[in-house]
Design a protein. Sequence first.
Length: 457
Amino acid sequence: MHKLARLDRQYVWHPFTQMQDWDRREPIVLVRGKGAVLEDANGNKYLDGNASIWTNLHGHNHPRLNRAIERQLSKVAHTSALGLANEPASLLAEKLVKAAGRPLRKVFYSDDGSTALEVALKMAFEFARRTGRARSPRFLSLDGAYHGDTIGATSLGHIDLFHKTYGGLLFKTDKAMSPTCYRCPFNRAKPERADARTTRKCNWECVGKVEAQLRRRKYAAMVVEPRVQGAAGMVMHPDGWLRRVAKSVRESGALLIADEVMTGFGRAGKLFAGRKEKVTPDFLCLAKGLTGGYLPMGATLTSQSVFEAFLGEYEEFKTFFHGHSYTGNQLGAAAALASWELLNQPKAKKRRKAMENVLGRELNSLWSLSAVGDVRREGLVVGVELVADWKSRRAFPLKSQAGIRVCEAMTRRGVLTRPIGNVVPLLPPYCSTDAQLRRMVRALRESIVEVFGRERV
Ligand SMILES: Cc1ncc(COP(=O)(O)O)c(C=O)c1O
């Protein structure tokens, strides 16, 4: 075993990992990367099939990003944002606000996705109190919601496997129905394929459920992952759901918090996923791809009216008493600026569209496999749901580790991704070539065949 793997086993505790299983095989120790390819300490090469947990945009070791960080490093790496401004964070804030559109006018920086959500939560909570909407405001989030692992973000979460254990630590939030078409209880999901079971027309019962919930209480805000609920298993919302729900949230007087930590920066097709439905929230939470996947950084955008609720004379103590040591980190902001330039080049946008088409075509080959229930794609986010019976959509029990086994087989074929229960995600870096995209899907197909056998009958 490589020396670094031994050290890892001896000293490191990994996130979302059953460490008792960690000793079953030698850990992969990644030591370098170039584009969509990662290399381990033994010289094995892999495609980064989930963009290093949904963060990487333009590939690893990108010369433009490297140069931007090196240039910033030659000036200064980090200075505090408490009472001080800095160059890249100011330049970045202007770009984010101009792109996000009205009513978003201000940027509050933090460290990652979870802290971007914490900022939105605290601001929305206090805004609701200061404007007299509620004395002890509550939040509404979706079934299957995942917004991070800090206590506030965990409180918004509704995935029992992750969140139930900590129930006693969390504050109460309410859960609204998620529009999970594949498992729609009204049996009105669109057929995924011509030969899938026929379903009736959708009457938006799921929107009605959210509206009923909104009538029950004066919420400070509703929090949504626009268009794609990542950790729920790449659950993709039907066209029109977000627009309808955003309208109902506004009519109820609550604010809308969009968690675009995963979907932002072109990942779900548009620059921000909410754009697909012309929805601009009151809070936009960003992280992951913000720095192109190079450095940890979060940003929460909000409106002038929320900002103004925190203005006052010093002795009124209306200040937003919140911040982190690394808020507005200069290296992170410099990387984010370079990433922004790459992202918005016309040829990069065209390339992402072309990638979507290649992926879409390649994924069609998975439908014929008996263990594949659903193949979902939104932009460059793919979720392939493995099922015990594709006709009834019966799920594999989690303990059968269907997703884990398929992803292990993919690793043996040189493609890295990480399952979410029985769903295998693919989120290729934007620099992936057509051949690399094909290899990712081929590895997934061959792995499913290896673990579960072949065709639907
Ligand atoms: C939608 C969403 N929000 C928030 C988070 C938390 O982000 P972080 O892991 O950077 O704290 C994640 C992480 O996967 C996410 O997918």
